[in-house]
Design a protein around this ligand. Structure first.
Ligand code: PLP
Length: 385
């Protein structure tokens, strides 16, 4: 048989394999429990928190896509982050987390540190001296998120992983912003990949979910055990929908990226725009690394308007198509004001250090017609001028 590529194998996960009635699309197993063959003789499944056939299919697809030994599908992206924190950071240990990580990641690590569970350093990974100093404290885990949220800063995964490994740390990469079709951190040396499947993987803004993909079987086994012990595992219906979303990931991403490229051209020369953040731009400070470690620049664009928070308000007031909402990666275009929305959970000092200002907007470019998107963004820029 032909040696099928990663994407073909992933998109076809579970297809045509139903032993009961020959369903092409694998059925969803909602049952919480499963029959034992006899006393002391469980079948392949016993209880759905521990194991569920629908969740297993989602995990298989994710492990295939990221090139990992296995994937643990959990209830939310933050459950995936919690799982790693609990399974891999010992009591009194230390985590080094990128300072401009997702707001919820920042808050979770800050809460756990405040609670005395472990210590955390939030570090600018583009500051080599600060990064090296943090590694000198023997962290158990180094947490990368690239491109970062919302300024789309790029971290060189291979270089950061090598330095972290020298310091004896486990490397985690949050790959939510790109999905495994555009970046595969395990190939660059990361040990674990985290996803909020809520975003591009599900892609339809109707499931909250998460996953951890491990490079080795041993790490995967540990995550599986802890995921069950902590009760973080994903529900069957959510798993079914997330896998359904993954089947169109490649098709969606192509349109997402095409549309993003059109909007970048609209924004790039407009006088109302003070700064444009998109790793596909040659002047973006992370462009070269992004071009090397990614196979696409994604469909998130951040921009800072000259007029600060007032200009941002005018931009948003009457904006068509783009809904003002948190989250990203769905087929619908969204816009968010990080300062008052996604990143409001960070301390004001941390927000300032991370460069999140009142005039900053983040767009998640959807799959609507590029012409319509360009028109409404041009109109909004005129209002903001
Ligand atoms: C959304 C998001 C998360 C958290 O995921 P939830 O599914 O909302 O719990 C983590 N990391 C990144 C980069 C995200 O965008």
């Amino acid at each position: 048989m032909a040696d099928l590529g990663r994407w073909t194998r992933a998109v076809r996960t579970g297809m045509g394999a139903d032993p009961a009635v020959g369903a092409v699309v694998p059925p969803i197993y909602l049952s919480t429990n499963y029959l034992f063959d006899g006393m002391g003789q469980p079948g392949a499944y016993d209880y759905s928190r521990s194991n569920n056939p629908t969740r297993d299919l989602l995990s298989d697809a994710l492990a295939t896509l990221e090139g990992g030994a296995g994937a643990t599908a959990v209830g939310t992206g933050l459950a995936a982050i919690t799982l790693i924190a609990e399974a891999f950071i010992p009591a009194g240990g230390r985590a080094v987390v990128q300072h401009d990580a997702y707001g919820g990641t920042w808050r979770l690590f800050a809460f756990l540190a405040e609670q005395g569970r472990f210590d955390v350093d939030f570090v600018d990974f583009n500051d080599p001296a600060a990064f090296q100093a943090a590694l000198g404290q023997n962290p158990a885990v180094v947490w990368i998120e690239t491109p970062s949220n919302p300024l789309l800063r790029i971290t060189d995964i291979a270089a950061a992983s090598a330095a972290a490994h020298d310091a004896g740390a486990l490397v985690v990469a949050d790959n939510t912003f790109l999905s495994p079709l555009l970046q595969r951190p395990l190939e660059h040396g990361a040990d674990l990949v985290v996803h909020s499947t809520t975003k591009f993987l599900n892609g339809h803004s109707d499931v909250v979910g998460g996953a951890v993909i491990a490079a080795t079987q041993e790490q995967h086994e540990r995550l599986r055990l802890w995921g069950n012990a902590l009760g973080l595992t994903a529900g069957a219906f959510d798993s079914y929908l997330a896998l359904r979303g993954i089947r169109t990931l490649d098709a969606r991403l192509r349109v997402h990226q095409e549309n993003a490229a059109v909007l970048v051209e609209v924004l790039r020369t407009h006088p109302a725009v003070a700064r444009l953040y998109y790793p596909g731009l040659p002047e973006h400070p992370g462009h070269e690394v992004a071009a090397r470690q990614q196979s696409g620049f994604g469909s998130l664009i951040s921009l800072e308007l000259h007029g600060g928070v007032q200009a941002a308000e005018r931009f948003l007031d009457g904006l068509l198509i783009f809904h003002l909402a948190e989250s990203l990666g769905g087929v619908e275009s969204l816009i968010c004001h990080p300062d008052s929305m996604t990143h409001a959970g960070m301390s004001p000092e941390a927000r300032a250090t991370a460069g999140i200002t009142g005039g900053l907007l983040r767009m998640s470019v959807g799959v609507e017609s590029a012409d319509d998107l360009a028109t409404v963004v041009s109109e909004a820029l005129e209002r903001a001028s």
